[in-house]
Design a protein around this ligand. Structure first.
Ligand code: FES
Length: 361
């Protein structure tokens, strides 16, 4: 066993106990698998975005990357879905009860020819009128929808933007989208929370991509409408917000700001109070993503803690000319600010993140 190209991995009996493991031998990374009485050794670094294949899972004959689900034959390294892409294959041999790996790849990495995910494209504003996205976060029964005070004011603002300000508008109702909750990939490692979102890359049916398209690319103004639920924005709002970790994480891991020249503001309604708390939560979050705010960045309505008669609450909002005017004025301030930002065209595209340690890049 003096050939320096063979490296002893350990006792065969011990190595058989783990179906898949990551082995780092100097600069060589290997995903070692054992199944059906046979060992396999392939390159440990995923060809998609560098995921650690040895920390993934085995699915029949394939190693599944833990980051975005690319698969590689555990014996040959070939990727059935991304063919002709393949990670390197390494030779193995058993001697005297020990397993050895040849550190020179028996077959090399073959780079994938797959097109990049559409959301990975360059961030560039297409020319045109100011574009306003209304983001409804209220949850309700699809077959028997009720009157929503936050949606009512949101739609009032969008109609005003379209008809009086000449803006293009789009209404996204989170209640109509099917999207997974954030699965916390950043907890595995900062690089694992990727842009586009790890889930979006794994799951073509996940509709959070519509929100990403609207917020990162299409919209200039984002108007978020939410009810107050237990003193906080709606549960759908939080489900969406957590999926935006990937936008904020780009600032941390790549010093790259995805949100450029964009304005956010909020419409908050509820039968009970905590308007300022809800506004504060949303402003901190959207500020962390890179959105800017106009003067007086939210409108709101609540009749206070003792007002349990919600039907009266609904009637108040429906009949309030002040709230309708407030919604129109809010979107007007946002559109004016967005227009100024677009014409100055000096977006912040990177930031030093004062007080925070940058992830090594
Ligand atoms: S890094 Fe492996 S699938 Fe993306």
């Amino acid at each position: 066993m003096s050939d320096p190209k063979w490296h002893k991995l350990g006792a065969v009996a011990d190595l058989k106990k783990q179906p898949l493991q990551a082995l780092d031998i100097g600069s060589v990374h290997i995903a070692l698998s054992y199944a059906d009485g046979k060992f396999g050794a392939i390159g440990g670094t995923c060809l998609h975005d560098g995921g650690p294949l040895g920390e993934g899972t085995l699915d029949n004959a394939c190693v599944v990357c833990p980051w975005h689900g690319w698969t590689f034959d555990r014996l040959t390294g070939e990727s059935p879905a991304e063919a002709p892409a393949a990670v390197a294959r390494f030779n193995l041999k058993e001697e005297n009860g020990d397993l050895y790996v040849g550190l020179e790849p028996a077959t090399p990495d073959k780079a994938p020819v797959t097109a990049a995910h559409p959301l990975a494209r360059e961030i560039k504003r297409e020319p045109g009128q100011v574009r306003v996205v209304g983001l409804s976060t209220t949850a309700m029964n699809h077959e028997r929808p009720r009157f929503s005070t936050s949606d009512y004011l949101l739609e009032t603002a969008l109609t005003h933007a379209r008809e009086k300000l000449g803006a293009e508008t789009k209404l996204i109702k989170l209640n109509d989208l099917s999207f997974r909750a954030c699965e916390g990939y950043y907890s595995r490692g900062a690089d694992t929370c990727t842009w586009p979102c790890t889930i979006t890359q794994q799951d073509a049916s996940d509709q959070m991509k519509e929100v990403y398209e609207a917020l990162v690319f299409w919209g200039d103004v984002i108007l978020v409408g939410t009810p107050i639920r237990w003193g906080a924005p709606s549960s759908l709002y939080f489900r969406m917000a957590e999926r935006m970790n990937c936008i904020q994480n780009q600032i941390t891991i790549a010093n790259r700001v995805l949100i450029r020249n964009k304005v956010a503001s909020f419409i908050i309604t509820g039968g009970q109070d905590n308007i300022q708390g809800v506004a504060g939560l949303m402003m901190v979050f959207f500020g962390e993503l890179g959105f800017q705010f106009p003067q007086f960045p939210f409108i709101a309505h609540s009749r206070g803690w003792t007002a349990e008669d919600m039907d009266v609450n609904v009637a108040h909002v429906r009949e309030s000319a002040e709230l309708r005017d407030g919604a129109c004025a809010l979107v007007g301030r946002c559109a004016a600010m967005a227009t100024a930002l677009i014409s100055a065209d000096q977006p912040v595209t990177s930031t030093e993140r004062g007080g925070r340690k940058a992830h090594p890049i």
